[in-house]
Design a protein around this ligand. Sequence first.
Ligand SMILES: Nc1ncnc2c1[nH]c(=O)n2[C@H]1C[C@H](O)[C@@H](COP(=O)(O)OP(=O)(O)OP(=O)(O)O)O1
Length: 179
Amino acid sequence: MGTSGKIKYFSVVVPFSSDGSQILLGRKKRGMGEGLWNGFGGKPEKGETMGRCAHRELQEESGIDATEYECAGILYMDDTAGPDYHIPVYRVTKYTGEIAETEEMEPQWFGASEDCLPYDKMYAEAKLWWPNMLANTPFVAKFLFEGERVLSHDVQSVGREVLGEHMDRIDEILLAGKA
Ligand SMILES: Nc1ncnc2c1[nH]c(=O)n2[C@H]1C[C@H](O)[C@@H](COP(=O)(O)OP(=O)(O)OP(=O)(O)O)O1
């Protein structure tokens, strides 16, 4: 854990097209990460599990309603100075509704392959976990940051059961109001 002793929780949500050949990303229009392409997402509200947070954030930021989605992996980010981030990443395989640009995000489809992703306009750690996301291999990724620089990383492929245990621990913390 970084020296601040604080952990912030966020979700990241990535819709896939029905044939799996495309992914929907959003370009952040304001605030943290402005100008970067990423999945949709944000902080859980009080009393919300991460799954519910993922569903709500996707709806608020892209206008669509996820009907089939699951946790694909978790990003644990330790910062040498600032707060740490714990960020579950969700894969959406079915949704209803129309994709819309919102105040926060400009949505765009990209090919679901590494050479189609705009890594130079994504968070620094993105290129380290996206290969697992694209291969549909569940993962637990740990990063040590100094500001925006990744000092070290360890991305492990894990079984769905292990990922589920990580998610249970996070939901327990959220539901206990300890986040
Ligand atoms: N490295 C890094 N730093 C900060 N945030 C992220 C990363 N990598 C990421 O993938 N992310 C994700 C986590 C979230 O999905 C967004 C940040 O959420 P954002 O919506 O900008 O945060 P807030 O505006 O404070 O939260 P809400 O108000 O939307 O709840 O980037």
